[in-house]
Ligand binder design. Structure first.
Ligand SMILES: C[S@@+](CC[C@H](N)C(=O)[O-])C[C@H]1O[C@@H](n2cnc3c(N)ncnc32)[C@H](O)[C@@H]1O
Length: 215
């Protein structure tokens, strides 16, 4: 099992703090608003980074537990939490070992995180564990392109990309993994988005899913 020391990327973290401001200006702010619209109750946000989502939680959310493994980003997130419109507590942790009893949360939020977790099935199983039966998953992720040539290009750059970008893999089948983890996808929006100047428009998803309850 990974521990927190596996997720420390201070150089990437300092770069991400500035880069996230740029990508929000280029459109990610609107993506975050769509991601979080209509959420209610207790929410766990996994891999909250420097807290760029916090300002956009609707007032119907009663509490956000924001889990972030990287120490530099966690400090920035704590500052953002102080001015959030809903109560946000920022805690150290990672997707493979989340805080909380089983069925503790109404909803889970991941944004630009599932590309970086060491094991997608392990992370999604742990998210399912802490959600109530029928609980909601909101996701905003970049994924492997449906265009075969671009997908092959993403496969080719992944080994180098993940080393310089905090473990991020541009070629993941995140939607397939969400389905295989027992979630039913209710809504999906697909679009190309270039988060930074000179970065190609990666294939992105904003989606809503819920945990399948047998019977
Ligand atoms: C590209 S940043 C996105 C940050 C934030 N969610 C956002 O929307 O701006 C990726 C984040 O995933 C976090 N991360 C990487 N591996 C993780 C894991 N196994 N569990 C939880 N978070 C993880 C990183 O520390 C970083 O904060």
């Amino acid at each position: 099992m990974a521990d927190l020391s596996d997720f420390q990327h201070p150089r990437f973290a300092r770069m991400y703090v500035d880069a996230s401001v740029v990508s929000d200006r280029r459109g990610a702010r609107e993506h975050r608003i769509r991601l979080l619209a209509g959420l209610e109750g207790r929410v766990i946000e996994i891999g909250a980074g420097n807290g760029r989502n916090f300002a956009h939680y609707p007032k119907t959310v009663t509490e956000v537990v924001a889990v972030e493994p990287e120490a530099t980003l966690r400090r920035f997130a704590a500052t953002e939490a102080a001015s959030a419109p809903v109560p946000v507590s920022v805690v150290a942790g990672h997707a493979e070992d989340l805080p909380g009893e089983p069925h503790a949360f109404d909803a889970a939020v991941v944004s630009l995180v599932l590309c970086s977790v060491p094991s997608l099935p392990a992370a999604l199983a742990e998210i399912a564990r802490v959600l109530k039966p029928g609980g909601h998953l909101r996701f905003y992720e970049h994924v492997r392109s449906p265009n075969p040539m671009i997908g092959l290009f993403e496969d080719a750059i992944t080994p180098v990309w993940r080393r310089v970008a905090g473990g991020c893999r541009p070629n993941r089948d995140t939607l397939g993994a969400i389905g295989r983890a027992g979630f039913v996808v209710d809504e999906i929006e697909r679009f190309g988005f270039s988060p930074q100047p000179l970065v190609p428009a990666f294939s992105h998803l904003i989606g809503r899913a819920h945990l399948h309850s047998p019977g």
